[in-house]
Design a protein around this ligand. Structure first.
Ligand code: HEC
Length: 101
């Protein structure tokens, strides 16, 4: 099993980098509509999401995922965007979007 050691060490050393990057990968899906900095009005409908508070964002994202929010009648579309994201993903996204300027 000794051959696993270097692999494990590499994983430990690179994991923080990977974790840092992964929320940006999650956000890539949002960029076409909401913009790199969350400053685009998605499809001419949404509010600006960049800089909204984490608490507000996590509320909206979970509600979209559950299918209980549709501010401009496009809730279904947002639900589809978030279909395969975990609660943890939504948490990370909310923190990330809050920090966008
Ligand atoms: C295909 C375009 C599109 C993509 C991709 C998209 N959105 Fe949206 N988003 C919209 C539209 C349209 C709305 C308005 C929905 C409604 O009617 O409530 C919206 C609304 C939102 C809102 C609420 C804005 C408000 O009114 O405060 C948030 C937060 C949000 N999106 C986050 C995301 C995140 C995070 C992703 C990526 C995982 C994403 N969106 C991907 C189009 C998109």
């Amino acid at each position: 099993m000794n051959f696993l050691k270097p692999l494990f060490l590499t994983f430990l050393l690179t994991f923080p980098l990977f974790a840092q990057e992964s929320v940006e990968i999650l956000y890539q899906r949002c960029v076409p509509c909401h913009g790199e900095n969350g400053r685009k009005v998605a499809l001419g409908k949404s509010s600006i999401i960049g800089g909204q508070s984490h608490d507000l964002l996590i509320q909206k994202l979970t509600a979209y995922q559950e299918g209980t929010l549709s501010i401009k009648g496009m809730g279904r579309l947002m639900q589809a965007q978030l279909r395969d994201y975990t609660y943890r993903d939504l948490e990370n996204l909310s923190r990330y979007i809050e920090s966008l300027h």
